[in-house]
Design a protein around this ligand. Structure first.
Ligand SMILES: [Cu+2]
Length: 300
């Protein structure tokens, strides 16, 4: 079973009604992985995304960004090919040629932005200021123009000088953001696809005016605590048409590669504004036992 960012394997195991759509960024628009079996990938178990600065011959260059907290500047980088040449053409996926996710390693300070490409140089840039010190993981999520290419997620670490107090990562299934209450129902289970439903209310009233954002009513990024492996899940159902609205519930099919703790970030749009709701969830073992229980650490 391929899951958790099996960007190439996913399409090959798509089941009717696209349950496994989960965990693979852009699987519906880039379902080119057909025929590439796990065996061909030479991988036993899950293929995880967002753990390396290189993949499939592509390399994420070092990033340049403001040197200190609170300084407004730019974050810039290139995607390089195997010859070290900057890549200047990409396949648009979910409305953008490249999605940049930035998060501190404690899960705080999450950002999802869309930098601009200077085609003559292959340099991506976005206005940037670090809000707090700490160690950050930056993920560049893109799809090459190569025939049959699947999306790729490359990552690097950036250190921002200064003191910081890591936030505590306790399970959080309901969260408040910008006046919205966002509740997540359902369980993450290792090795099997499960439905997660997210319900959005404002002042106690269900929100029925969710708007499509980048081609879906909701984008869910999940990071595995411990290595911050990356996955990107899109809301289930038909791709929304322009002008369509949805809510208060959005459903996702999700499968965790292992038991343990996951950090989840939902991007949703209401009245033209994008909001990000953060959750922390423990995935259970397939047999229903808790994943993050310390008492298990020596037991398996
Ligand atoms: Cu994006």
């Amino acid at each position: 079973m391929v899951a958790f960012g099996g960007a190439f394997g996913l399409a090959g195991v798509i089941v009717p009604n696209s349950l496994v759509d989960a965990w693979a960024e852009e699987s519906e628009t880039n379902s080119h992985g057909v025929g590439q079996s796990e065996a061909e990938q030479g991988v036993v178990g899950h293929v995880l995304n967002g753990l390396s600065l290189s993949a499939d011959g592509y390399v994420l260059s070092p990033l340049d960004s403001p040197r200190a907290v609170g300084v407004l500047g730019e974050i810039t980088f290139q995607v390089l090919d195997e010859l070290g040449e900057p890549v200047t053409e990409f396949t648009t996926a979910h409305g953008e040629d490249l999605h940049l996710i930035v998060v501190r390693t404690d899960g705080a300070q999450f950002h999802h932005v869309h930098p601009e490409l200077t085609e003559s140089t292959g340099i991506w840039s976005a206005p940037w200021a670090w809000g707090e010190a700490g160690t950050y993981r930056v993920y560049a999520d893109f799809t090459p123009t190569t025939e049959g290419a699947s999306s790729i997620t490359l990552t690097r670490t950036v250190e921002v000088a200064g003191d910081f107090a890591p936030v505590e990562k306790t399970v959080r299934q309901t969260t408040e953001v910008d006046g919205f209450t966002v509740a997540l129902h359902g369980d993450l289970v290792a090795g099997s696809s499960n439905q997660l439903t997210i319900s959005i209310t404002r002042d106690g009233e269900p929100v029925r005016t969710l708007e499509p954002y980048l081609g879906a009513f909701g984008h869910l990024v999940a990071l595995r605590e411990g290595d911050l492996a990356y996955l990107h899940v899109h809301a289930e159902g038909e791709d929304p048409t322009v002008g369509a609205t949805a809510g208060p519930d959005i459903a996702f099919a999700a499968e965790a590669p292992t038991a343990g703790r996951y950090l989840l970030y939902l991007d949703f749009q209401v009245d033209g504004e994008v909001h990000t709701a953060e959750f922390i969830l423990d995935a259970t073992h397939g047999d229903g036992t808790q994943g993050n229980d310390e008492s298990h650490s020596g037991g398996h």
